[in-house]
Design a protein around this ligand. Structure first.
Ligand code: NAG
Ligand code: NAG
Length: 248
């Protein structure tokens, strides 16, 4: 999170220097749903992620519009150029690309990421792409309990396969899972982050003694599965420059 925060703060500073935001910043100026840059949460076939459900159920600031990067990505890339950035880290919204978590690929979601990545590359900005940042499709949470279920490993690997196949010619830096330890404890030990589970009465459902470990284990297996897929199917033809650790 610290990494993405500093990067996004850099972007906000860039916006500020163009006169679009106020001039003094602190963490509290940024919404809880800061990790969403793109907004357009309900547009063009995207379905909710557990993050959307979580913030809406708690009446917290949400990512419905966020920085509206989905519509303003060309402007944003221009601001990055003016700021002198040479890299941009962002995550792909699984439920924009594959709204139900597996199966049907949303053509408009696919086109958005292709356009955005191409725009970055055309301007000499290296895309650093994270596949998962606390935001799996709500559909999978409802269907089988998300990361508590080993079925996630197969679905996450199939999603990663689409990302590598479609974007890998332009993306040489991939992160599988953002801060797996933070997600396991926040989401399943104290319930402070999606999907907001912990032992009652702190949360309506969950088990803080067992679930963080089950989820952590499944995240590690998912990371292993996706990195194996990359090495076997894509590394020779796409040649990512660096393999990142699952725990940061
Ligand atoms: C949600 O938050 C807004 C803004 O803080 C507040 O005006 C509203 O009353 C809240 N709604 C609920 C249901 O808590
Ligand atoms: C959590 O699971 C363990 C092992 O199954 C069980 O002993 C414990 O009572 C559960 N705790 C809650 C709060 O459900």
């Amino acid at each position: 999170m610290a990494q993405i925060l500093s990067l996004i703060i850099a972007i906000f500073l860039a916006l500020a220097s163009s006169g679009r935001c106020s001039s003094v910043y602190s963490r509290k100026d940024f919404p809880r749903a800061l990790l969403s840059w793109e907004g357009a949460a309900n547009e063009d076939g995207r379905k909710p992620s557990v993050w959307d459900t979580f913030v809406h159920s708690r009446n917290q600031s949400n990512g419905d519009i966020a920085c509206d990067g989905y519509h303003k990505y060309k402007e944003d890339v221009q601001l990055m150029v003016e700021t002198g950035l040479n890299a941009f880290r962002f995550s792909i919204s699984w439920s924009r690309l594959i709204p139900n978590g597996r199966g049907h690929v949303n053509p408009k979601g696919l086109q958005f990421y292709k356009n955005f990545i191409q725009q970055l590359v055309n301007h000499g900005i290296e895309p650093h792409v994270t596949l998962y940042h606390d935001d799996h499709p709500q559909y999978l949470e409802d269907e089988y309990g998300g990361w508590l279920n080993r079925r996630m490993i197969k679905d996450f690997t199939a999603y990663a396969d689409v990302c590598f196949r479609e974007f890998g010619n332009n993306v040489k830096f991939w992160t599988t899972i953002n801060e797996a330890n933070v997600f396991s404890t926040g989401g399943y030990n104290d319930g402070s982050t999606p999907p907001g589970r912990c032992s009652p009465p702190g949360c309506s459902s969950g088990n803080s003694s067992t679930e963080p470990y089950i989820v952590g284990h499944n995240l590690l297996l998912a990371h292993a599965s996706v990195s194996r897929l990359y090495k076997q199917k894509y590394k020779d033809i796409q040649g990512a420059l660096q393999e990142k650790k699952v725990l940061t």
